[in-house]
Structure formats: structure tokens, C-alpha cells
Design a protein. Structure first.
Length: 199
């Protein structure tokens, strides 16, 4: 009798655990499903956010392409240094956007700087030499950075996705540094170039 009671007393907790396991598993699945639903909703970017990511990544590609050209063609050490900085900084920004897009399950971007526009800018720069090349490149950097900085500022203020907002906010001072350096190099070209930059 004592053995039977002892067996029953040790068996009861085990039976209770076995009985509760399906309920625990169901609760875990329900929690995971709920978490996934929240995650899926959180991963969806609205049209403005998608457009910004597309614009920013296309701008990275354009800036890198033109800056690499300047690294090889400019005779001005400061211009080459700026071009090198633009390549490395925009490559870093592009990596952040690529990782962000991968996390969102993005399959690509439908908008951005048209390839023909980049090719047109390349062709124009390739037709120039010396000071003319430097001023044209610096002018392009001023114009393009003004445009993309405005897009970054808007995203930093209005993006619903916190990570995207952070990427934009941290990118602004980097781009402003490029803009300031390009403007400084344009001033070396004299009043005519300054007038063109201000237009």
C-alpha cells in the first residue's frame, strides 16, 4: 500500500506536466503568431518611405560613379580627396540601405536617378579636363547633395519606421560635409563659378 501511494505521488506531477505540455505549446505558437503579425505590419513601408529608400540608393550609385571618375581624372589633390571621401561615405550609406531593405523583404526599387542621367553626367565630365573638369564635378556635387539632403531631412522627420529615420538622421551631417567641401572647392574657380553655384 505504501509503495502504491509512493508511486502515485511521484507519478501525479509527471502526468500533470504531460497534460500541460500541449497547452503550453499552443500558447507559445499563439504568441509567436501574434509577434509575427506585428513584425509583418512593422516591416511594411509606406509609399513615401519606399520612394526615399529608392532615391537614396540611386543617389549613392550616382555619387560613387561620378566620384570614381574624379579620382582618376582630377589633378587637384583636394578634389581627389573629396571624391575618395564621397565614394567611401556613400558606399557605407548604401550598405545601410541594402541591409535595411533586406530586413524589410524588399525586392528592389522602382524609382531613383535614371541610368541615362548618370551616363549623361559621366559623358559631360569625360569631355572636360583640368580646372573645367574640377569645377563641373564640384558643381554637380553641390547640386546633387542639395537635393538628397532635403530628402534625408524629410525622412528623418516624417518616416514612421524608426530605423529608417535613424539612418536618415545620421546621414545628414555626412552629406552636409560633402556639400561644404564641394562649395569650398568651387570658390577656387572664381566669381563666375560662384555665380553658377548660386543659381
Amino acid at each position: 500500500m505504501t509503495r502504491t501511494r509512493a508511486f502515485a505521488s511521484t507519478r501525479l506531477p509527471l502526468l500533470l506536466c504531460l497534460a500541460l505540455l500541449p497547452a503550453v505549446g499552443f500558447a507559445q505558437k499563439a504568441a509567436t503568431s501574434k509577434s509575427n503579425r506585428r513584425g509583418e505590419h512593422h516591416h511594411t513601408l509606406d509609399a513615401r518611405e519606399q520612394a526615399f529608400v529608392a532615391q537614396a540608393t540611386a543617389d549613392d550609385a550616382m555619387q560613387i560613379t561620378l566620384a570614381k571618375l574624379a579620382m582618376g581624372r582630377s589633378d587637384n589633390p583636394r578634389m581627389r580627396a573629396l571624391a575618395s571621401r564621397i565614394v567611401s561615405d556613400h558606399a557605407a550609406l548604401n550598405l545601410q540601405f541594402a541591409q535595411f531593405a533586406a530586413g524589410k523583404g524588399s525586392k528592389g526599387h522602382a524609382h531613383g536617378v535614371p541610368v541615362r542621367s548618370i551616363r549623361a553626367m559621366q559623358a559631360h565630365l569625360q569631355s572636360l579636363h583640368g580646372e573645367a573638369f574640377d569645377q563641373a564635378f564640384a558643381g554637380m556635387m553641390v547640386k546633387e547633395h542639395r537635393s538628397i539632403i532635403a530628402a534625408y531631412e524629410a525622412a528623418a522627420k516624417t518616416a514612421a519606421d524608426d530605423r529608417l529615420k535613424t539612418i536618415a538622421a545620421r546621414g545628414i551631417p555626412v552629406l552636409q560635409g560633402h556639400l561644404a567641401a564641394a562649395r569650398a572647392l568651387m570658390k577656387e574657380g572664381g566669381p563666375a563659378q560662384q555665380r553658377r553655384e548660386s543659381q
